[in-house]
Design a binder for this molecule. Structure first.
Ligand code: AMP
Length: 570
């Protein structure tokens, strides 16, 4: 482990050279790619030519090239070597998955980041012998029209030949049949059961995202008695029907009335499930999973289940590449930063303060802000990230906004701020996922006194009638009075503070905000729907705004509205 840390220290001390070298390697390997040829790069691999000839792009710009690859055109389109696998991104903000090229080089970056962050974690929180209760879910890979293998990034990594050989060595509570099972709910139930069977050995509770851990323990609250029955009798509940999972579980499950009684006793002794995780798994050292960005809304609930256990956020990765590692695992999730890996891609940063100035109502022609290199970023500044990777993305805008909090040697430590796109906008109003998160959190405080929580939320801009208005959907874990919910609705309306919104509300350019309260389980239905389209539960993030094109999700939402409220006049 020390070797990994030493190597990381060396690379980050020399970040600028490593970046140039990484770019040179990527361009050299892909000299014959049609995309680079057409831009006139002609085999040049230096930074200056690259910046002069290759334009910044978004996924939309690359889509025609990616579609040709997916359709099976064998030539070197974006990369020197043909792409044989594509990843489906989760479509974090809007809920529409995108295809991203995947190859062995990208796989290696996933391995590297894992190695680096676990070395830093193990240094602070050593785990000796023991097991991990990891809520891992691998979805199916499928073949595209052109015969390429497609799956989510995590699935492509988990199902990679090299990982398959590693899976056997890992000390997970659950057998691989549970991880690779075809039914999410059945896998989740069995993960919990396996965790309980090995409860004394569990040293780590984890998943890719905090959402999956919270979801697992919310499920536990519903099914704990069934789990106890299974353990008492040594027979798996009928609801789990997948034969491979049943066979694998039957090898683990033996009648154990003492354990069932102990779990029952512990569950009955808890106050509103506070500290559930350490109570069930007393040797747990920490909880691990991404807890920043769109996962922030789940951290409060996670803390509730975790009691005094440390919460360690995971790395900063995307289907487009592994960006930065959590090398300060001691930091609380709210303060977490990610150190960029200078060898996992070539990174550029578009300053946002400049772009805000440039777009700030000036009559002068618009000048696009110039991207800066990894080592030129400034502490305290916010940037949009651009990545060049070894799988055919060149100067690709990732769509994330980050803030530079400091440096680890000469590589920046980033705080994840938000997705860069606007979520809610009707006319001159501009609200991001953070603005929505702040509004929901402010209103959620009003129901907290009644021991109620917003389990999950999303939003929609309704312009079907004039004036358009924001609709915010809540799923709550109990019944709140109409009076209280009206208050929540007003509170959210008043919490969007951008001048565009407040002015439009005052002048009725935007109508009253609508709060729709959903039936319990609606967000699970949305997740099930998205999983049906190839998303994986492991990489799943609730879409925070549902656009008009996502009719099926809008329909699920509208069919499950129990009550709705309109905010008062502004
Ligand atoms: P996907 O390609 O579906 O894996 O989604 C990648 C996106 O997830 C990134 O571009 C980020 O917006 C978000 N993400 C990944 N890791 C983190 C993290 N550690 N903190 C916050 N957001 C993250």
């Amino acid at each position: 482990m020390d070797i990994v840390i030493d190597e990381f220290e060396a690379i980050t001390k020399d970040a600028e050279r490593v970046q140039r070298e990484t770019l040179r390697r990527i361009l050299e390997d892909n000299t014959s790619a049609e995309y680079l040829q057409n831009l006139g790069l002609n085999g040049r691999t230096d930074l200056e030519s690259f910046k002069a000839l290759v334009p910044p792009v978004t996924h939309k710009d690359l889509e025609p090239f990616i579609m040709r690859i997916i359709d099976g055109e064998a030539s070197s389109i974006l990369t020197g070597q043909p792409i044989k696998t594509v990843s489906l991104s989760s479509g974090t903000t809007g809920g529409k998955p995108k295809f991203i090229p995947f190859n062995d080089e990208l796989y290696e970056t996933a391995m590297q980041i894992n190695l680096i962050s676990s070395a830093f974690r193990d240094r602070e929180f050593p785990i000796k012998k023991g097991k991990a209760l990891s809520f891992l879910y691998s979805s199916k890979q499928f073949k595209t029209k052109g015969g390429l293998t497609a799956g989510t990034f995590s699935t492509n990594v988990m199902r990679h030949e090299k990982t398959k050989s590693m899976v056997k060595q890992m000390e997970w509570c659950s057998p691989k049949e549970v991880i690779f099972g075809p039914d999410f709910q059945q896998s989740l139930y069995c993960h919990l059961l396996c965790g309980l069977i090995f409860s004394e050995e569990v040293q780590l509770v984890s998943s890719a995202f905090a959402h999956s851990i919270v979801q697992a323990f919310r499920t536990f609250e519903q099914v704990w008695q069934e789990l106890c029955t299974d353990i008492r009798e040594g027979v798996l509940i009928n609801r789990v029907t997948v034969p491979s999972i049943r066979t694998a579980m039957s090898k683990l499950l033996k009648p154990n009335p003492e354990l069932a009684n102990l779990i029952e006793h512990k569950c009955k002794g808890l106050n509103n499930w506070y500290g559930l995780i350490p109570e069930l798994f007393p040797n747990t050292k920490y909880i691990h999973g991404i807890m920043t960005g769109s996962m922030e809304p789940y951290v409060t609930k996670l803390k509730h289940y975790a009691g005094d256990l440390p919460l360690l956020t995971g790395d900063y990765t995307a289907s487009e590449g592994c960006i930065a590692s959590n090398v300060n695992p001691n930091l609380l999730p709210e303060l977490a930063t990610y150190a960029v890996l200078p060898h996992s891609g070539y990174f550029e940063f578009i300053p946002l303060s400049e772009s805000q100035q440039h777009n700030g109502g000036s009559t002068l022609p618009r000048v696009d802000p110039q991207p800066v290199g990894l080592t030129q970023v400034k502490i305290g500044e916010e940037y949009e990230i651009m990545i060049t990777n070894a799988a055919g993305l060149y100067r690709y805008k990732l769509g994330d906004v980050v803030k530079v909090m400091g440096f680890h040697n000469s590589t920046p430590e980033l705080k994840f701020i938000r997705r860069s796109c606007l979520l809610l906008t009707i006319n001159i109003d501009k609200n991001t996922e953070i603005d929505l998160q702040v509004a929901v959190a402010a209103a959620a405080k009003l129901i907290a006194s009644d021991k109620l929580e917003v389990v999950d939320y999303t939003s929609h801009v309704d312009v079907s009638s004039e004036p358009g208005h924001y609709v915010i959907f809540w799923e709550i874990n109990g019944e709140a009075s109409a009076e209280l919910l009206s208050e929540c609705c007003n509170c959210m309306d008043k919490s969007f503070l951008d001048a565009g919104y407040t002015t439009s509300r005052r002048t009725n350019g935007i109508g009253p905000l609508e709060l729709c309260v959903l039936r319990r389980g609606t967000f699970q239905k949305i997740q099930d729907h998205m999983l049906g389209f190839g998303a994986t539960a492991f990489q799943y993030k609730t879409p925070r705004c549902i656009g008009p094109r996502h009719r099926a999700v809008l329909q699920i939402l509208s069919e499950n509205v129990m009550k709705s409220y309109l905010s008062a006049a502004y």
